[in-house]
Design a binder for this molecule. Sequence first.
Ligand code: AHR
Length: 510
Amino acid sequence: MGTPETPVIPAAKITIDPAFVVGPVRRKTFGAFVEHLGRCVYTGIFEPDHPKADEDGFRSDVLELTKELGVSTVRYPGGNFVSGYRWEDGVGPLDQRPARLDLAWHSTDPNLVGVDEFARWSEKAGVEPMMAVNLGTRGTQEALDILEYCNIKGGTALSEQRKANGALEPHNIKMWCLGNEMDGFWQIGHKKAGEYARVAAETARAMRMVNPDLELVACGSSAPTMPTFGEWERVVLTETYELVDLISAHQYFEDFGDLQEHLSAGHRMEAFIKDLVSHIDHVKSATKSEKQVNISFDEWNVWHISRDESKAPTGADWPVAPVLLEDRYTVADAVVVGDLLITLLRNTDRVHSASLAQLVNVIAPIMTEPGGRSWKQTTFHPFALTSRHASGTVLNLAVESPQLDSEKTSGFTSLSAVATFDAEAKEAVVFAVNRSATDALTLDAAVASLSPTGIIEAVTYTNKDPYWQATADDSTSVLPSENVSVKLDGGRLTAELPAVSWSMIRLQLP
Ligand code: AHR
């Protein structure tokens, strides 16, 4: 019993056993996204006049931060942008590239970065490019053209064109998205499910004639709130099931001022994944397929979409690289991002690839000033630490946790956790979020079957003021710091998890 002086801290129990494996930790879970949108490309990854620009015009400070973030794949060039994109505009001599209207973001694209530059940047950043083709204003032929340009060694018109443009070796891009959010009314050339299914199937079939082992992603619904979510998946997958590997999922979370509701984001993502899995598996069963289609969660993040920073310019103004979607993230947003990543990992059996949307400046963990500094937002930290330390296999935890309710969402656990186990590295890692907006939580973990010999590191990201935001002037006064409450006593691991916190506990194994 607690007294007024010693309040009882609610406790959550978990049991970790290396025998209960969900699946491998997939490096592709740690993907990101670079779209021709706002300042993501121009003054984001690319700024030839910047003092830190390298010989190709890429910002070396952004390259370093991208590596530190631990990004695996990067989706490109959109997003809504891709549905009006002519990839040919972005190749060849820079002084001959046309500036074009970008209808999606009401901007002008100077086309100084295109697929060759992006492939080069990816190589420098140590990431795998994931290309999207335009199935909005274009179709199968243009998808085949960019594939030929990128992946054929030589001896054809487009592969020789690439070589003449300086890229002697093929880019060998394996992952391709068949359009973007084609169910959305905002998408240029958006389609009804049957229309998209047909063009996606034909494009996938033809692309596989060029490269049979491509990893192809069909467009799922652009959000679980779309009225057609479910039916769209049924129609699209019925036509494409044997032709694609993955179907996309997109989901963004906004803080409307109710912190407890915001902190339920991981629970809402989990529900979406379960729903999407059932829609996929319905088609698998209905078509009697032996194959398993999985999920590419290729857009996820906190995005304050209803705030002014997300409004594209209008009227006669078609600026180059305007300030757009430059959300500033709080510590609470970072806790949500950490929880979303925990949720993606927990579903590693069906989520085979994911992309944090986006990488630089646009709803991004990395920010830059044109001509100036670059800095880390709060959301950088849980992503970078999870990417660096999650390895081996994801374990299925037995969890007993107090439940929470918020205004719109009820019955979600206060604790969101996942554990990874790497026998080779002799390390198990627990990632945990306390979703309560008000109360600390005691974590009580039964870890005897891991036989841990010690704690390598225990860090927590939290702040008295959960609305603290990093800025260019102060991005370091709130950082993940040691959690001194973490104790290992034989087979029992305990920790205090403050309200609105993300934690990582690394255990040494024998
Ligand atoms: O990531 C920002 C935008 O969100 C993307 O362009 C689009 O695909 C989605 O609606």
